[in-house]
Design a protein around this ligand. Structure first.
Ligand code: SAM
Ligand code: SF4
Length: 335
């Protein structure tokens, strides 16, 4: 009897298995976080953005190639028209074990329940400060109140887990790390602290001077909490600790202080359809061009993705004290 064929999988030159795809469904956003983009941003013309149908086709092809986890992100994913219908379709892909989203929370009062109903299991909500004025400064136009209501709506919507993401900048919000963890504990959420990455040029702060490392954050937190090492892995770059006697896990995403490239299992699809093989390098394949040159030909897509694994770089080369080498901002890339 012939052997059952092995399911396809994506393996790169360094033996890493890629089973996680992050999709930026739009580069647009209702906020202008000062570490993510400039105040006056020029967004991509619509024709340059993948259509929802194209995104679905790529998600399907990736799931057939062994991708088990998809994160929908952006820009702000919930400002893209038709996003719910796309998520419902992606949620039904067989082979996909986890559909998750990162959002700034501004639209969650409206979208939390439909997202949960559509199959989104876990939600990351970005929240860098609990101070109304500071929130306005960091996001340039966001309302803290709206996001807090969004967090509440998410809690009531039945997600398996909700995690707060906080980018910490020295002298902007580093004094708030204990308050943010306290907030997470009170609301039975997890929280990850992220070291800022030098993606795109930003003008309102010096990234080198604003650097506040995960080690510093951890030291600050240990003044108030006991952090127990945890073996929990969620398939992303966070390194987790359990806050003793609580439900809350604290994660650290430390591209500078604890390089996580050796266990990298992910690739990104940018809003304009570039398959980006590493957040900190420009190695990519233009999937939009392939899609539009060979409509309906999923075999070509599959072969292109398999071949793309050969150019996945070993590691990122972020340097905070130099001008950014990566000129694309995080909103295009999909954080
Ligand atoms: N708009 C959504 C949000 O803010 O959650 C999703 C997209 S946003 C680009 C995804 C995540 O990337 C957010 O948690 C954000 O704080 C983070 N981020 C943006 N720019 C960053 C940078 N330069 N370095 C580190 N994290 C960044
Ligand atoms: Fe928008 Fe998210 Fe970037 Fe903030 S981090 S500007 S919310 S895409």
């Amino acid at each position: 009897m012939p052997n059952k064929p092995e399911p396809l999988s994506l393996i790169d030159r360094f033996g890493r298995r890629v089973n996680y795809l992050r999709i930026s469904v739009t580069d647009r956003c209702d906020f202008r976080c000062l570490y993510c983009m400039e105040e006056a941003m020029t967004f991509l013309p619509r024709a340059q953005i993948l259509t929802l149908e194209e995104i679905y086709t790529l998600a399907k092809v990736f799931s057939e190639l062994g991708v088990e986890k998809i994160r929908i992100t952006g820009g702000e994913p919930l400002v893209r028209n038709g996003i719910l219908q796309l998520i419902e379709r992606i949620g039904q892909l067989s082979g996909l074990k986890e559909l998750v989203m990162t959002t700034n929370g501004s639209q969650l009062q409206k979208f939390a329940k439909p997202l949960s109903d559509a199959g989104v299991k876990r939600l990351n909500i970005s929240l860098d400060t609990l101070d109304v004025e500071k929130f306005k400064v960091l996001t340039r136009n966001g309302e803290l109140k709206t996001v807090l209501r969004g967090v509440e709506a998410a809690k009531n919507a039945g997600f398996q887990r909700i995690k707060i993401n906080a980018v910490i900048l020295k002298n902007r919000n580093h004094h708030e790390v204990i308050d943010l963890v306290q907030f997470a504990i009170e609301h039975e959420l997890d929280i990850s602290f992220i070291e800022e990455m030098p993606l795109g040029v930003v003008s309102q702060h010096d990234r080198y001077e604003s650097f506040y490392s995960s080690n510093d954050i951890k030291k600050d937190l240990e003044q108030a909490f006991t952090l127990l090492s945890s073996t929990v892995q969620t398939g992303g770059p966070s390194n987790y600790f359990q806050v003793q006697e609580t439900q809350t896990r604290v994660g650290f995403i430390s591209p500078h202080s604890h390089n996580f490239c050796s266990s990298c299992n992910r690739v990104r699809l940018t809003a304009e359809g570039r398959l980006l093989l590493c957040l900190g390098n420009e190695h990519s394949v233009d999937m939009k061009q392939i899609l539009r040159t060979h409509p309906g030909n999923q075999e070509i897509l599959k072969q292109s993705i398999i071949q793309a694994m050969q150019i996945k770089p070993e590691r990122h080369e972020f340097q905070l004290d130099e001008q950014p080498v990566i000129l694309r901002h995080m909103n295009v890339t999909g954080g």
